[in-house]
Design a protein around this ligand. Structure first.
Ligand code: NAP
Length: 169
């Protein structure tokens, strides 16, 4: 079975994904998309992203947290290498790479798909950026759906699905 490895990310028009250890926006329908898309799938995240979500597991998912130091939290499986994460999830058809920047960069050669929420703004003083350039590098845009601005969403954004048939590496 060939496994899909999907990065799920929200980024602004400059590729910013984070600021001061958190998300620089609050977009409920994007969070809903993340929850819906990743439920039931193994999710790999870096320790700082794990901190940013309150050091708690996401429900109904295998939570793999990458860190150089052991993590002892119910519902979390600590992994110390990418190879361990791949081994742990190898029987699943899709592994979710949930960031942050360090983890997207580590997995980049293996990533087959990117589910990108592209937010139509440029965040001032963002400090964390998505390391994969889209388009380019053999990436094809499979789908794009616009979500408008409204009283709950301060920005317009697109849900984009990018895919490449031959990941590097
Ligand atoms: N917009 C989005 O979609 C999105 C998604 C995710 C995160 N974010 C944002 O991104 C920021 C966090 O991202 P980040 O890049 O700073 O941190 P990160 O990638 O979440 O975590 C980095 C940590 O992962 C561990 N790690 C990284 N490489 C490793 C390796 N080769 N072996 C073992 N452990 C390794 C280390 O943990 P230890 O230090 O414990 O060893 C490292 O400090 C936050 O602002 C967050 O809100 C945004």
């Amino acid at each position: 079975m060939s496994q899909r490895i999907t990065a799920v990310v929200a980024a602004d028009l400059s590729g910013a994904i984070g600021k001061r250890g958190g998300l620089p926006w609050h977009l409920p329908d994007d969070l809903r998309f993340f929850m819906r898309y990743t439920t039931g799938k193994p999710v790999l995240m870096g320790r700082k992203t794990f901190d940013s979500i309150g050091c708690k597991p996401l429900k109904n998912r295998l939570n793999l947290v990458l860190s150089t130091r052991p993590i002892d939290v119910d519902g979390i499986e600590w992994v110390s290498t990418v190879e361990q994460a791949l081994q742990r999830s190898r029987d699943e058809p899709e592994l979710i790479v949930a960031g942050g920047a360090g983890i997207y960069a580590l997995l980049e050669p293996l990533i087959t798909d990117v589910r990108m929420t592209r937010i139509h703004t440029r965040i001032h003083e963002a400090d964390t950026f998505f390391p994969i350039s889209l388009p380019g590098g053999g990436w094809t845009l499979m789908e794009r759906e616009l979500h408008g601005m409204d009283e709950r969403h301060a920005y317009e954004f697109d849900f984009e699905w990018w895919s490449r048939s031959t990941p590097l590496g």
